[in-house]
Structure formats: structure tokens, C-alpha cells
Ligand binder design. Structure first.
Ligand code: NAP
Length: 285
């Protein structure tokens, strides 16, 4: 791609940023769509976050992604925050607007679109959500008006209980409940959609898993791990050993990026273009 006087800049604010796959997503999308845009990683120290947002504004940077550890801390520096992002309490995408940047959370719509592309619907499902960290909380918020029931299993059960209480408030009825991981034995039925949103099993600890018992996996109809490195986690292996389908988080990463790119450029990425980017991400991993 030729960089010229009309090239717009987008980028990622984070710390660290060295291992990010976002430049692969956005620079490939720019190439595929012919949009004159370049995407760069920007390492930003926490105490300079406000300066980074002001600087980006001064430089007419079109849009930004935000990653760890800035997703929550950046909120006060934005001129507007989208409703879903406000509920989740974290943004991962900034879009240039008249008075500054508007913050969005494309992680959850990204997960939703990824699941749809894998043929998984959350509507009316009974969901086992493993984890109660930042991402699990966002998943619970996304699910609260869609799923029939959300059971949050977490090592620190108090965190799971706090999320359940919050999403029950949004839903207006008891859609969510909290359990310790070992309490899964009390669950009736065996056709759950399981979403793995803990760090357990992430590279380099690829042999770890939150729940080891095969009896747990017998309750799962389909397993979705938000981890994408490794491509097959131990959680996924155990779901598959039980003859059920399991997916990793690479498509969630892909679609959160695609939705951000669409917001910045007011365009629509086709499934064919998404497939090209997905292949590149797989090659990079
Ligand atoms: P986080 O806020 O740090 O939460 C970590 C979660 O993992 C907590 O529930 C924590 O339990 C649990 N956990 C960590 N170590 C554990 C252990 N040894 N035993 C039992 N539980 C343990 O992390 P996060 O930001 O929510 O991220 C969670 C995962 O989402 C990461 O693995 C990341 O790969 C994935 N992710 C994927 C995408 C994507 O695009 N695919 C995007 C963002 C994140 P406690 O509450 O008990 O500490």
C-alpha cells in the first residue's frame, strides 16, 4: 500500500503492545477494502494516558483500539461512551467524533458475531460461564438479555456472585447465579453452552484447565474458549474428547477488530474479506 498525504492513521494504545495481532487485522482490511489507512501499535504508560488521547486528537488520528491495562482507565478521557461499553465499564475502541473520541466495546459484539459465524446462538441457552474477570463480566452483561440462564463458575466465588447480582439487576429477574467450580456437580441437565473466560490454559501453561473432571464435560453441548493461544486449549480437548464441538477465541479477536474497522470507516466487511483476515491470523499464530 502506498502511504501518501491522504493516509489516515489508526492504532492501538496498550502496555505491552509487542505481541498484538491487531496490525495484522487492520492493515489487511485496509488492503482488502482499498481504504487509505495505516494501523500502528502505540506503547502508552498509564500515567500518560490522558496525554496520549489528547495527542491522538491533535494528530487527527481516526480511531484507536485500547487494550490492557487501559480499557477502564481511559473512560474519563472520552467525550462520549456508547451504552453497552458504559454497562460493561470498559472500552476497546475509540472513534473520532466532533469533540473528542467516543468509546465502544467491540469485544462483546465481536464474540457474538464470532459465535454466529460458528453456528452458535446464545438466545434461550443455558450457559456455563467459567471465570469472573473483566472479560467474563462483559460476557455476562452481553448474555443477560439473551440467555435463559447464566451460571458463573469462579475460583473466587464472591466475584462471580457480584457479577450475577449486577446482571440480574439489568435483566430485572434472576437470570444469573454463582457457583464455585467444584459445585458444578449440583447442576441438572447436560446440554449447556460453556464459555471459558478464565486465563487458565493460556500459553505457556497449556496443560492447565479450570475443571478437570470428565463428568463436567459430559454436561456440555458446545464449548467456546476465549483463549486463542494455544489454538486448542485443554478445555477444548476435553470437550472434544466427549464428542462435542469446541472453538477457540481467534474469531472473537477477528470480529472485535472488524467491528472497530467498520466503525472507523463507516463500511461493512464481507464474510469473504473476514475469511482472508482470519487465515492470516491463523498463519501468524
Ligand atoms: P482477568 O480479569 O485477569 O480474569 C482472570 C480470570 O481467570 C478470573 O476469573 C480468575 O479467577 C481466573 N483465573 C486466573 N488464574 C486462575 C487459576 N490459576 N485458577 C483458577 N482461576 C484462575 O482476565 P480477563 O481480562 O477477564 O481475560 C480472561 C481471558 O479472556 C484471557 O485468557 C484472554 O485470553 C481472554 N480474552 C480473549 C479475547 C479475544 O479476543 N479472544 C479478548 C480478551 C480476553 P479469580 O477471580 O479467582 O482470580
Amino acid at each position: 500500500m502506498e502511504i501518501n498525504g491522504m493516509t489516515r492513521t489508526c492504532g492501538l494504545l496498550g502496555n505491552p503492545v509487542e505481541h498484538t495481532l491487531s496490525p495484522v487485522i487492520h492493515n489487511t482490511l485496509a488492503e482488502l477494502t482499498g481504504i487509505n489507512l495505516v494501523y500502528l501499535p502505540f506503547l502508552v504508560e498509564q500515567n500518560l494516558l490522558s496525554d496520549a488521547v489528547q495527542g491522538a486528537r491533535a494528530l487527527h488520528i481516526l480511531g484507536l483500539n485500547v487494550t490492557v491495562p487501559h480499557k477502564e482507565k481511559i473512560l474519563p478521557f472520552l467525550s462520549e461512551v456508547d451504552e453497552l461499553a458504559r454497562r460493561i465499564g470498559a472500552v476497546n475502541t475509540l472513534v473520532s467524533v466532533e469533540n473528542g473520541y467516543k468509546g465502544y466495546n467491540t469485544d462483546m459484539p465481536g464474540l457474538y458475531r464470532a459465535m454466529a459465524s460458528d453456528g452458535i446462538s446464545v438466545e434461550g441457552e443455558e450457559v456455563l460461564l467459567l471465570g469472573a474477570g473483566g472479560v467474563a463480566r462483559a460476557v455476562a452483561v452481553m448474555l443477560c438479555d439473551k440467555a435463559k440462564r447464566i451460571i458463573i463458575l469462579n475460583r473466587t466465588v464472591e466475584k462471580a456472585a457480584a457479577i450475577a447480582e449486577e446482571v440480574n439487576g439489568y435483566a430485572g429477574y434472576k437470570v444469573a447465579e454463582a457457583l464455585k467450580p467444584e459445585e458444578y456437580t449440583s447442576l441438572p441437565g447436560k446440554e449447556y453452552l460453556a464459555i471459558q473466560a478464565t486465563n487458565v490454559g493460556m500459553y505457556p501453561h497449556t496443560n492447565e484447565v479450570l475443571i478437570q473432571d470428565m463428568a463436567f464435560y459430559k454436561k456440555i453441548r458446545v464449548g467456546y474458549d476465549l483463549i486463542y493461544n494455544p489454538g486448542e486449549t485443554r478445555f477444548m480437548r476435553l470437550v472434544r474428547e466427549n464428542g462435542r464441538e469446541a472453538f477457540n477465541g481467534l474469531k472473537m479477536l477477528l470480529y472485535q477488530g472488524i467491528i472497530a474497522f467498520e466503525l472507523w470507516n463507516n463500511c461493512k466487511i464481507t464474510e469473504e474479506q473476514a475469511a482472508v483476515v482470519y487465515k492470516k491470523l491463523q498463519e501468524k499464530l
